[in-house]
Write a protein of this length. Structure first.
Ligand code: AMP
Ligand code: DBH
Length: 541
């Protein structure tokens, strides 16, 4: 069985192969290419544990055998939610080895998100942290305890921390070798930020993803000396592949795991392991800039990458002086296209733009509402296609028909302009989403859940500007007098919604403004939320 996905048209696939972008190698190649002495070098540092490339290879082969011994077969799917620990990569490579296609949920995702993913992929396996028994119980019902793998406390033997929920041993006696993966097929599902109420899944093939990793390594000039701090969630496309942990593995460097991105956690790790690279979202960069007071030795840092949300030039400018390293802006998306400022771009470009596409075959169109190209420098919607940009969300024909044009260009929903020199500047967004410091919130998803509360007539969720986070979320709710924000938050939490999606502010209203066609007028609500915000900040000060 294989996972269905929208393929690139044959002429494109041929071109991408002919140009050497798609090599026909499996994604596991990023670790398996290190042989002999190279396999003895350190791939991951996680707490006090060290994993060499040889360990990563051997442990993921053993874990794959354990999966196959439990009957998992190519084309099966898996739901994975693990914290930032080395085991995340062991599971990922093990699944790739046996052709089992995972969704790597964020550790911040709750029962609500996991259930929504499970409904779409009907997983044959779930891998969770043992620290969340209620989630484990729920997933146990979905996949059965014999297909639920739980990760407990770290063990010296990298896979010793895993146990099947039915108590069975991690047997590794699967017959025969694992069948080779088809590199043109789906390797895993990446997560989309979403804007339509249902979390969408993005099929990524070995060929396309490996190319995005290799090209990122080239652009960032990574080699075996790189020590990358994995501070953002490991499954995030940024930390996984831009160039992220997979890029660092490909280059033969070392990934240092951080449990969270706070300076208290990260600065000592940087000093101890002489970290050279880190990827951050803008609010975390601001926190780091404030916290860097010389108490910890950050002198090993060479590059701080910032992406996920718009970085303000005023913050960007402070990086070299406060952190003693270079800045790289990264504007990417789990759907594919990744833009980088180049390390040799002039300072103005690095501070003021979000970079340019990484591949010569990334095609970009900046279009107005009528679908016509805007003049250079003007703002329009970003459409793109290319050798590592997907051609369709998983099982979402109706939505795909809206966000792809007849030529296969994908509309990212970002409003951008072209700066002098050809780099992109992100100017805004044309999708019903809140970008809360790089964490994307699908407005409709929260609105639908709120509408399920007995007191709520209607809800509309919009972004409010925020000095630190860039944006926070504000819910306008039609509800009877006396309804409390805390009650609605508790209600949403009770549905298992991820914490970061809980509205930061509630405004109770009698009615919601409508547009001429009768839809909720979010532009007016945004303006109102902004003014209220200014008012509150003024009265607070
Ligand atoms: P996702 O669909 O969750 O992968 O999120 C991708 C989206 O994040 C992009 O379409 C942008 O809206 C936003 N994004 C990512 N990087 C940047 C950046 N450097 N500046 C502004 N927005 C960004
Ligand atoms: O926000 C993103 O999704 C993102 C940001 C930077 C991304 O997917 C990426 C780099 O690859």
């Amino acid at each position: 069985m294989t996972i269905p996905f929208t393929p690139w048209p044959a002429a494109f696939a041929e071109r991408y192969r002919a140009k050497g972008y798609w090599t026909g190698d499996p994604l596991t190649d990023v670790i398996d290419r290190h042989r002999g002495a190279a396999a003895e070098t350190t791939a991951i540092l996680c707490g006090e544990r060290r994993f060499r490339y040889a360990d990563l290879q051997c442990l993921s082969v053993r874990l794959a055998a354990a999966f196959r011994a439990r009957g998992l077969r190519p084309g099966d799917t898996a739901l994975v939610r693990l914290p930032n620990r080395a085991e995340f990569y062991l599971v990922f490579f093990a699944l790739l080895r046996c052709g089992v296609v995972p969704v790597n949920a964020l550790n911040s995702h709750g029962v609500y998100e996991l259930t929504a993913y499970a409904r779409q992929i009907e997983p044959a396996l779930a891998v969770l942290s043992a620290g969340d028994p209620s989630l484990a119980a729920l997933m146990g019902q979905t996949v059965g305890p014999e297909r639920l793998l739980l990760l407990g406390a770290p063990a010296d033997d990298g896979i010793g921390g895993f146990a099947w929920a039915d108590g069975g041993a991690l047997a590794e006696d699967a017959p025969g070798a694992a069948p080779a993966a088809d590199p043109s097929g789906v390797a895993f599902f990446q997560l989309s930020g979403g804007s339509t109420g249902t979390p969408k899944l993005i099929p990524r093939t070995h060929d396309d993803y490996l190319y995005s990793v290799r090209r990122s390594v080239e652009i960032c000039g990574l080699d075996g000396s790189c020590r990358f701090l994995c501070a953002l969630p490991a499954p995030h496309n940024f930390t996984l592949s831009s160039p992220g942990a997979l890029g660092v593995f490909h280059a033969g460097g070392t990934v240092v795991m951080a449990g969270d991105p706070s300076p208290a956690t990260c600065f000592p790790l940087i000093a101890r392991h002489r970290v050279t690279w880190v990827a951050l979202v803008p609010p975390m960069l601001s926190v780091w800039l404030e916290a860097a007071d010389g108490a910890e030795d950050l002198s090993s840092l060479e590059v701080v990458q910032v992406g996920g949300a718009k970085l303000s030039p005023a913050v960007a400018e402070r990086v070299p002086e406060r952190l003693g390293c270079r800045l790289q802006q990264v504007f990417g998306m789990a759907e594919g296209l990744v833009n980088y400022t180049r390390l040799d771009d002039d300072p103005w470009t690095v501070v003021n733009t979000q970079g340019r596409p990484m591949s010569p075959d990334d095609e970009i169109r900046i279009l107005d509402a009528a679908g016509h190209p805007v003049p250079p420098g003007a703002v329009g919607e970003l459409w793109t296609r290319g050798p590592y940009t997907f051609r369709g969300y998983y099982k979402a024909d109706a939505h795909n028909a809206r966000v792809f044009d007849a030529e296969g260009f994908y509309c990212s929903g970002d409003l951008v302009s072209l700066a002098p020199g050809g780099n992109l500047v992100v100017c805004g967004r044309n999708k019903d989403q809140i970008n809360r410091g790089g964490e994307k919130i699908d407005a409709q998803e929260v609105e639908d859940l709120l509408a399920g509360h007995p007191a709520v007539g209607h809800a509309a969720v919009v972004a409010i500007p925020d000095a630190l986070m860039g944006e926070r979320s504000c819910a306008f709710v039609i509800a009877p007098p006396g309804t409390k924000p805390s009650e609605l938050r508790r209600f949403l939490r009770g549905q298992g919604l991820a914490d970061f999606k809980l509205p930061d502010r509630f405004v109770f209203v009698r009615d919601l403004p409508k547009t001429a066609v009768g839809k909720v007028d979010k532009q007016t609500l945004r303006e109102r939320a902004r003014q209220d915000n200014v008012l509150m900040e003024t009265t607070a000060s």
